[in-house]
Design a protein around this ligand. Structure first.
Ligand SMILES: Nc1ncnc2c1ncn2[C@@H]1O[C@H](COP(=O)(O)OP(=O)(O)OP(=O)(O)O)[C@@H](O)[C@H]1O
Ligand SMILES: [Mg+2]
Length: 477
């Protein structure tokens, strides 16, 4: 198949040009050519067309081989240039080659023309390919540098032993050393190697190829900071092992985490304190209501009974009023008792947890009409007042939920001991609910908090249509 050849020919003699073209056509080229004989025409041709090769005569009046070559070079284009001449000396030819001509041929002996053109075209193609590859490498290198330099992480390339070979801008900003200073340093100066975990992590990285961890970084000025490190091993272009480590200052995050932990502890303590204060207040009010109001009501009842005896049997009107007052006082006494019990049942303080839950279950059943069964195999004498109160409140809150939400017909409250734990469960046969709902509701949070304040855990098992089990597991000590 014929090969296309775009030939720019600098020649004042058209028959010489025709001879060259014929020779190339014989060598299987389809030649598209333009002949120029001035520098201006050559420049115009070079700027308006893509040429494969330039063949130039040496002697052209007002122009010539050296001018043609320098015109080509002035464009910066890499196009092979072959000099063809009637007669030039060896020295001139060598000078032309030095100036960038690919080869030179004598007009009367063009036997090498095809071979020279072929070679020059191949070399030009190779040069082009190499240039494209070099540009690609350069572009990749620039991309990689941009990533490294703009990274917010400090990046170090080092030998597996720790000798630093390269660092980025963020590394200088983080540690305060210049990139030149890093080159004379090892990782031991940047991280606190008295930390045993760090040495273990280095071993892990060497064995597995990568590792991450949180350590203590040391800046040039001696300041220490929390530092997250990820390090990987790779092989460089020469097959030698290198490590790439990325480091970030995580002190702000660590400080925020610490603050959050402290705030959480404070909040828990505050909640604990408030709960105890509320419980004490309830106990106080319950006692005041029960003792003071209860006594006054009882005194009133005694007086009204005395009046009842003193009233003449014939005074029916007064008898009726006194009987009414008597009934009202009975209601008043039972209301006072109810209010006092609902604030804090005295049975909890007087007879313990089992008795209080028993009482609560009876109250609950009569109020809700839901069959309520209580069983306990737990000896409630061994627990603290706080534990007693929290467990009782868990039962109360769970039963309130059963009444408000479950539509259950049966509920069972059970306390038992299991290993070193006290377990309490409230199980209903109601409609259940989806426990995965992310809605944060205070009742369940409160139940959980009560269990956690006793170092225990609260589990809720429920599914729509399957009833609900609220279970608290509390360590005995
Ligand atoms: N025994 C139960 N049966 C069915 N659904 C329940 C039961 N217990 C809780 N739920 C569901 O879980 C939700 C959250 O209960 P939670 O006690 O946290 O809030 P609440 O009872 O709605 O309001 P409060 O903060 O006054 O207690 C309820 O709204 C209800 O949908
Ligand atoms: Mg509730």
């Amino acid at each position: 198949m014929k090969k296309q050849l775009q030939l720019l020919i600098c020649e004042d003699d058209s028959s010489d040009a025709a001879m060259i073209i014929r020779k190339l056509e014989k060598a299987n080229y389809t030649v598209h050519h333009q002949r120029v004989e001035t520098a201006a025409d050559m420049l115009k041709a070079l700027n308006t067309h893509a040429w494969d090769i330039v063949i130039s005569d040496f002697h052209i009046p007002g122009f010539g081989g050296p001018a043609a070559l320098s015109t080509l070079r002035s464009t910066g284009k890499d196009i092979p240039f072959i000099l063809v001449s009637g007669a030039i000396g060896e020295e001139t030819a060598v000078n032309m080659m030095r100036a960038g001509a690919g080869d030179y041929l004598m007009k009367h002996s063009l036997a090498r023309l095809n071979e020279v053109v072929k070679r020059e075209l191949e070399e030009a193609a190779n040069r082009k390919e190499r240039k494209a590859a070099d540009e690609q490498i350069k572009a990749n290198e620039e991309k990689y540098r941009a990533v490294i330099d703009n990274s917010l992480f400090a990046i170090f390339l080092a030998r597996p032993g720790g000798l630093i070979m390269e660092s980025n801008k963020a590394a200088t900003e983080l540690f305060g050393y210049t990139s030149e200073e890093f080159l004379k340093m090892g990782r031991e100066e940047l991280l606190d190697f008295t930390d045993k975990i760090l040495a273990e992590k280095v071993k892990e990285r060497d064995a597995k190829g990568s590792s991450t961890g949180e350590f203590t970084g040391i800046r040039k000025n001696g300041e220490r900071f929390d530092c997250e490190v990820s390090s990987v091993i790779f092989k460089d272009i020469n097959g030698e092992k290198m490590t790439c480590a990325m480091l970030a200052d995580i002190s702000p995050r660590k400080n925020a985490e610490q603050k959050l932990r402290e705030t959480n502890i404070e909040l828990k303590e505050l909640s604990h304190h408030l709960k105890n204060a509320r419980e004490d207040e309830r106990k106080y009010i319950a006692r005041e209501v029960h003792d003071q109001l209860g006594q006054l009501a009882t005194a009133l009842k005694i007086d009204v009974d005395w009046l009842n005896m003193k009233i003449e049997a014939t005074d029916e009107m007064s008898k009726k009023r006194v009987a009414h007052a008597n009934t009202t006082i009975d209601v008043l006494i039972s209301t006072i008792r109810k209010i006092a019990s609902s604030l804090r049942p005295s049975v909890l303080d007087d007879f313990g947890l089992n008795a209080a839950i028993e009482w609560q279950c009876t109250e609950f059943q009569s109020l809700s009409n839901i069959e309520t069964v209580f069983t306990s195999t737990f000896d409630d004498k061994k627990i603290t007042l706080e534990m007693k109160t929290e467990l009782f409140r868990i039962v109360q809150e769970s039963l309130t939920n059963v009444m408000r939400h479950s539509k259950a017909s049966y509920v069972e409250v059970t306390i038992w001991e299991e290993a070193k734990n006290i377990c309490l469960s409230v199980t209903d046969n109601g409609k259940g609910f989806d426990t995965s709902s992310r809605k944060k509701t205070l009742g369940l949070i409160g139940l959980r908090e009560r269990a956690e304040s006793l170092n225990g855990k609260l589990h809720i098992e429920s599914a729509v249509g399957k009833g609900t089990v609220v279970k608290a597991v509390i360590p005995k000590n």
